[in-house]
Design a protein around this ligand. Structure first.
Ligand SMILES: [Cu+2]
Length: 586
């Protein structure tokens, strides 16, 4: 049983230690003023809140291996013969325009082959089978046991011809947190130039073939070396959902083991703010727009980038109609540098936060739901799935997701909470009746998915221990005193081994969401304390507040090759806060 009181301290209702803390949160957050001024950027043009319908990406369509030309070459992929693709997709990455908000689109000049007023410049992903092009890209909906193959073409203009004033048109696509062979992982040096493609084989194989290692809420995003922040900011992000027999996505699943969480395997929307499904992914990116309605970005600020408008699925402050029933929302912080504390409030009375259930951390099912949370806290790349039950409201009620996290530079939050009208409007829910005869049969069971075992302390003591210190030097960002250099291999654990890693934030006024590719970890200690609540989970991004120290347990199995560890404040990452590490054959 989660001891709720253990993490409900200092007024924080869903505590994540350290930056978001067990203990007094505000005492551990960044100081109000950073060591460097972020400078001041002009505000975005004014837009009206809650007038754009939420965009919900449709799912990618399987085209079958026979449709690919040239065909798949199994020799290019580790263990392909064991995990032959049964779902095959083709995506193209293109430059075009996107309607972030009608008020912004109204300002845009003719660009990217489109007429004036048709949208803001964007880099986007397509589904080659439907011709759908969007940001976020189409959602990759996959299932364990059904290996996936995606060929992604870089159809961006060459650097001489791009209209997007930021980013670099070379592409490496990382499926965040997937247990993926190195050559398919989106390693930052594995990039495709305009006119080229890269292939990604996702084995859809539980790490160590253990169902307790199942992943659920993932996202794909660009990972081009030195240009991740700008390329993602330009539009290159999309969601991925992994299901299995337990978390099957079907609330009517007759399998007695199925959790029957809200979901009907329908994705997309009708264009008017109505979702087709009840399992909805929401990715947050904060964006700043110039007077012509295009995204703008200061590449000289290495502290990080803050937008002044919150977008959800690349719509500025959208609305969604919700029926009087339960929904699963997979909420992602897409960065580049903003941290969130999100609470749900009635529009009519913004004083009282409305409780909901949290069922995942970093997209992985918890052992049991965390019930009654009144906010969630996310650093860049963190994810939480939440269940909101709208049956407690009546048709016509409106609710809002508000951001309470104060942040005035890219370094990290100030440690203060926004209140009153300073809270940032993120998303509006408009409650409507269910259709006549419609029944909500979904459940939120008391047990979800068990955690893999951690060896006892005497065994942990015998393992290799490594420490990763996140610091800064000469205006850039370092790990263990080093800038990213793909020629340097900073660790090379053998396949089949386990290690204890420590992440240490050497800074007293900034935050670093530390991300390791390929394997997830479990927290052993956060600032010397054993994890409780939502931190008793599998994680891929440890969001370190000032001076935080986190000790975690890793295993390395199934594939070999090159991977990275980096800060997921992508501006820090691009300014050298990344290291290469390799898994070597056991
Ligand atoms: Cu960082």
């Amino acid at each position: 049983m989660i001891k709720r009181r253990n993490i409900l301290k200092g007024g924080m209702l869903l505590g994540v230690p350290a930056i978001f803390g067990a203990g007094s949160a505000s005492a551990q957050l960044c100081r109000p003023t950073g060591i460097r001024s972020p400078g001041s950027e002009p505000d975005s043009p004014p837009v009206s809140a809650y007038t754009e319908p939420l965009f919900i990406p449709p799912k990618l369509n399987n085209i079958g291996a026979a449709a690919l030309s040239p065909p798949i070459d199994p020799n290019r992929h580790q263990r392909y013969d064991e995990f032959e693709a049964v779902k095959v997709y083709e995506q193209h990455i293109t430059e075009g325009v996107w309607n972030y908000h009608s008020d912004l689109s109204a300002l845009t000049p003719a660009q990217a082959g489109k007429t004036a007023g048709s949208g803001s410049l964007a880099w986007m992903y397509s589904d080659a089978s439907t011709g759908n092009v969007s940001t976020p890209g189409p959602t990759l909906v996959a299932r364990y046991g059904e290996p996936v193959f995606v060929r992604r073409y870089n159809d961006l203009p060459t650097s001489d011809n791009v209209e997007m004033p930021i980013g670099y048109p070379a592409i490496s696509t990382h499926l965040h947190n997937a247990h993926t062979a190195s050559e398919s992982d989106g390693y930052p040096m594995d990039f495709a130039m305009p006119g080229e493609f890269w292939e990604h084989h996702y084995a859809m194989y539980y790490a160590r073939n253990d169902y307790r290692e199942a992943l659920a809420s993932l996202w794909y995003h660009d990972h081009m070396i030195d240009f991740t922040a700008t390329n993602v900011y330009a539009g290159l992000s999309g969601m991925a959902i992994f299901y299995d027999d337990i978390d099957s996505g079907d609330e009517t699943d007759p399998n007695p083991q199925a959790l029957k969480l809200p979901g009907n395997m329908q994705f997309g929307d009708d264009g008017n703010g109505n979702s087709l499904g009840f399992d909805i992914s929401l990715i947050l990116h904060d964006v700043r727009f110039n007077s012509e309605g295009n995204p703008t970005y200061n590449v000289f600020d290495t502290d990080g980038h803050l937008g002044d408008l919150i977008t959800v699925n690349r719509k500025v402050q959208p609305f969604l109609n919700v029926k009087r029933r339960k929904y699963r929302f997979r909420i992602y912080d897409g960065g580049p540098s903003r941290f969130y504390e999100l609470g749900l409030y009635r529009t009519s009375s913004r004083d009282t936060a409305i409780p909901f259930d949290v069922i995942t951390n970093d997209g992985n099912l918890l052992e049991e739901p965390f019930r009654g949370a009144t906010s969630i806290i996310l650093g860049p790349a963190n994810r939480h799935d939440v269940i909101i039950d709208f049956s407690q409201f009546v048709a016509g009620d409106t609710l809002e997701l508000l951001n309470l996290m104060e942040q005035d530079s890219g370094q990290g939050p100030t440690g203060r909470r926004l209140s009153g009208n300073d809270r940032m409007e993120v998303l509006q829910f408009r409650v409507v009746e269910m259709d006549s005869g419609e029944v909500d049969v979904s459940q939120v069971p008391n047990t979800l998915r068990p955690l893999p075992d951690i060896p006892p302390q005497d065994v942990l003591d015998t393992l290799v221990h490594r420490e990763w210190v996140f610091d800064h030097d000469m205006g850039l960002w370092t790990i263990n005193g080093q800038f990213m250099d793909p020629a340097i291999i900073s660790a090379s654990p053998r396949q089949g081994t386990a290690e204890v890693w420590t992440f240490r934030n050497a800074g007293s006024s900034w935050a670093h969401p530390c991300h390791v590719h390929f394997e997830e970890c479990q927290i052993l200690e956060w600032n010397g304390k054993a994890p409780t609540g939502v931190l008793k989970s599998r994680k891929d991004v440890m969001t370190l507040g000032p001076n935080d120290v986190v000790k975690v347990f890793y295993r390395f199995d199934d594939f070999v090759g090159r991977y990275v560890i980096h800060c997921h404040n992508n501006v820090h990452e691009d300014n050298a806060m990344m290291l290469r590490w390799d898994i070597t054959p056991g």
